[in-house]
Design a binder for this molecule. Structure first.
Ligand code: CMP
Length: 136
């Protein structure tokens, strides 16, 4: 069984679609083994988005992610990392499949509802950080 780290971003909370997204996750038969509502700060975001820190969109990404609480989850299942990315859909909702979470709910790539780990290495790093408070 694989584990992946999922974040429902502030727009998912604001739009009150957390329940619908959880329902999509469960209907796919994934198991949610950890779930926590959290407010992220600059330090969390600099660590989590280290690869985007120098990109021009980072300041707006950081203020979006700090706008309100997020839901941090660990999701488990067969091939959960690649499979969950498929359920999430492409970063730009215009490219996301209609049945995916972003395809159903997101309109722009700036505010795209959900994050999911993109590789086994990211999943391990993100679970260590968000669940166990450990940096590597
Ligand atoms: P995600 O793929 O979860 O991680 C990086 C995030 O940066 C992405 O979702 C978007 O929320 C955000 N973002 C904002 N602008 C851009 C952009 N131009 N290209 C890629 N990601 C962007």
């Amino acid at each position: 069984m694989e584990k992946t780290l999922v974040i429902l971003k502030p727009d998912a909370m604001e739009r009150k679609i957390v329940g619908e997204i959880i329902s999509m996750i469960e209907k796919k038969t994934y198991t949610i083994s950890h779930m926590q509502i959290k407010e992220l700060n600059d330090d969390d975001l600099s660590y989590h988005y280290a690869e985007h820190k120098d990109k021009p969109f980072f300041p707006s990404l950081a203020s979006y992610m700090k706008r309100g609480p997020v839901v941090v989850m660990v999701v488990e299942g067969e091939n959960a990392i690649k499979g969950f990315r498929k359920l999430t859909g492409a970063t730009d909702p215009l490219d996301a499949e209609n049945g995916s979470i972003r395809g159903r709910f997101a309109l722009t790539k700036d505010e795209n509802i959900i994050h999911a780990s993109d590789s086994p290495e990211s999943a391990e790093r993100e679970i260590n950080f968000f669940v166990h408070g450990k940096r590597q």
